[in-house]
Design a protein around this ligand. Structure first.
Ligand code: ADP
Ligand code: UVW
Ligand code: MG
Length: 593
């Protein structure tokens, strides 16, 4: 299959043709938008392809910057999708209109090729509410005002490439990805998912960019309107087109030119570099705090890839995080092929990696995957129903904790077996104590484990007064600490999680469904009048497992599944079905090779 990918950025249009059978790039080209505008630039694509002999196109992938609330995955473009992208255009005025024009071009020149939109915002759908919510009136938030974030395809590629380079799983890494191009953003990627990013509801927030301001005080709008009599359109236009490096340097948006002028003692150019670097450094510090640490700092985008001196400026004063750049390695970075060199000193706690971004390749992979899933989605292949069980709050304990809570030498007493082989409820219960409140008589599950794990619903984290991460069972690194109380004593322990909804299945089930461990799937539970589709359901595969989906009490309540209150655990209550035979995505994809 040959896929044409069109990536309409704010300063350039990049397009490539990939052969997915051989996993090779057949053709790639980039045109600066410059003064001719995006329409004239995009019109050159068919011409360039014909000249290169690339006339066979089986499918077209489009980078669409803004997908809003609705588009979390690659989507087949039809009239409704075009209309939805148009509606979002005011939130991405530099990006969605060129993407739409690219789609129109595709329809005219390759009318038989399916067109698939891949959204910048999709990778950031995982950002938690505390990071995506603006503290503004509810009516505005209802109207869709929230952090969406952009450059998601690029940040996702950086995550995968970094993990591959370090021979690590993305689930073990906290990555801060800096995409520094004409548009620029930073992303905090915590164990495989985006948890914060510097761009917001529009691609105007965050870092200083080529011609965009990045963060400003929202108070300036009223001030500029009243004091300088500027209209909203004038203010917005200036923030998009006449700000950033262009405004600070007075030399335009080209970082090379600004660096040259700064070296020749131009004070405006020097200020531009300092403001750019300072803002980036500030976000890196903030995201290290957001993730409780950082393992990798990655640079990509035209500036991140090419400007050793900007990387140096940004990393200066990050030594307190344990980040020590190696000056020689930094200044001798060569990104031939798919190189991803490490440029930190040997004793640096944080690895610093530079890599070219590969947005077009990522989009081609998404398109290919999307079309393969479509091909497999025949109704007769839909898998059978999956039993659903609801887990109430419960704890898993180590033997040492059992003794601390119930007395020296105490062993848990089995109450009854649970549906998953080897798991049982114990007679014992504990009180779970947080800074704000207590959950009493929480059931202990056996057998003992290697670490303590306390599973509560998101609602109950408010009772406790502690914020808990959504995690797959067993993944308790860096989880909050609280107090457990038993008849023989109290114990401070970490391990508080809200369990990620998941499906247990055997390898044979997985094969039948075409799924791999840790794939994320969409699952529908038909429970009228509150039929619910759960997304981000993790697949867990083990020969010991029995096919069963587990949700918590909050999720059961949302889907109107009656589960007999907080005490009951794991009774099969209803059935769910996968909405497709293929994963939506995998939580911890590490390599593309
Ligand atoms: N060798 C270099 N040194 C410094 N900056 C560079 C270099 N090469 C490219 N850049 C900068 O990269 C930016 C463009 O980045 P790019 O990622 O290609 O843009 P876009 O966001 O349009 O995709 C420009 O500011 C350009 O000056
Ligand atoms: C979202 C954005 O700013 O993209 P680009 O860097 O391609 O302009
Ligand atoms: Mg870019």
């Amino acid at each position: 299959m040959r896929i044409l990918v069109i990536n309409a950025g704010s300063s350039s249009v990049k397009f490539s043709v990939f052969d997915m059978d051989t996993q090779t790039t057949r053709f790639k080209h980039e045109i600066e938008i410059g003064t001719i505008g995006f329409k004239a630039t995009l019109a050159q694509i068919p011409v360039a392809l014909v000249e290169a002999g690339e006339t066979r196109i089986d499918a077209i992938g489009h980078r669409v910057a803004h997908g809003g609330e609705h588009f979390r995955d690659a989507t087949l473009v039809d009239d409704d999708v075009i209309a939805a992208i148009e509606v979002l255009a005011p939130l991405a005025p530099l990006h969605n209109p060129p993407a739409l024009y690219g789609i129109e071009t595709g329809r005219i020149y390759w009318p038989n090729a399916p067109q698939i939109a891949v959204f910048d915002t999709a990778f950031h759908a995982s950002i938690p509410a505390c990071a995506h919510t603006y503290a503004v009136p509810q009516a505005w938030r209802k109207a869709g005002l929230r952090r969406y974030g952009f450059h998601g395809t690029s940040h996702k590629y950086v995550m995968e490439r970094v993990a591959q380079e370090l021979k690590a799983s993305t689930r073990d890494l906290r990555i801060i990805s800096c995409h520094l191009g004409n548009g620029a953003s930073v992303c905090a990627i915590d164990r495989g998912v985006s948890v914060d990013t510097s761009m917001g509801v529009t691609a105007l927030e965050g870092l200083v960019m080529g011609s965009r301001s990045g963060d400003v005080d929202p108070g300036i709008f009223g001030y500029l309107q009243r004091s300088l009599a500027l209209s909203i359109d004038e203010i917005e236009n200036a923030l998009y087109h006449e700000s950033g490096l262009t405004a600070l340097s007075g030399l335009g948006n080209d970082m090379r030119r600004i660096e040259t002028a700064a070296a020749e003692a131009d004070p405006q150019a020097q200020l531009a570099l300092n403001v750019f670097a300072y803002r980036a450094r500030k976000y890196i510090g903030a995201y290290a705090a957001a993730m409780g640490g950082c393992d990798v700092l990655a640079f990509t985008g035209g500036i991140g890839e090419n400007s050793a001196s900007m990387r140096r400026r940004i990393c200066d004063r990050l030594e307190f995080l344990g980040l020590y750049l190696d000056e020689d390695r930094n200044s001798s970075v060569k990104l031939d092929g798919f190189a991803a060199p490490q440029i930190q000193q040997p004793h640096s706690r944080i690895r610093v990696i530079v890599t070219q971004t590969r947005e077009q390749w990522m989009i081609a992979k998404e398109v290919h995957r999307f079309l393969s899933v479509q091909a497999d989605k025949r109704p007769d292949q839909l898998p059978p129903a999956i039993p659903v069980a609801v887990s109430a709050h419960h704890v898993h304990l180590t033997q040492a904790s059992v003794e601390a809570l119930f007395g020296a030498g105490c062993q848990l007493t089995k109450q009854r077996d649970l549906s998953q082989a080897g798991a049982w409820t114990a007679v014992e219960t504990v009180n779970v104590i947080g800074p704000r409140g207590i959950i009493r008589s929480v059931r202990v599950l056996g057998p003992c484990r290697r670490s303590n794990q306390i599973e509560v619903s998101a609602t109950e984290t408010f009772t406790l007064g502690i914020e808990a991460p959504v995690r797959i069972s067993g993944d308790t690194a860096d989880t909050p600490t609280l107090t457990l109380e038993g008849p023989a004593g109290r114990l401070q322990t970490n391990g508080l999680i809200v369990a990620q909804r998941h499906i247990h299945m055997q390898p044979e089930d997985a094969k039948r469904f075409g799924l791999a461990d840790r794939d994320l799937v969409d699952v529908a539970i038909d429970s009228p009048p509150r039929t619910t589709v759960f997304r981000d359901v993790a697949v867990r595969i083990d020969p010991q497992f029995k096919l069963e989906m587990h949700i918590d009490t909050d999720e059961a309540n949302a889907a109107a599944i009656s589960h007999g209150g907080d005490g009951d655990l794991m009774l099969t209550l209803c059935h769910a079905r996968l909405t497709a035979c293929k994963p939506v995505r995998n939580i911890f994809i590490t390599t593309e090779s």
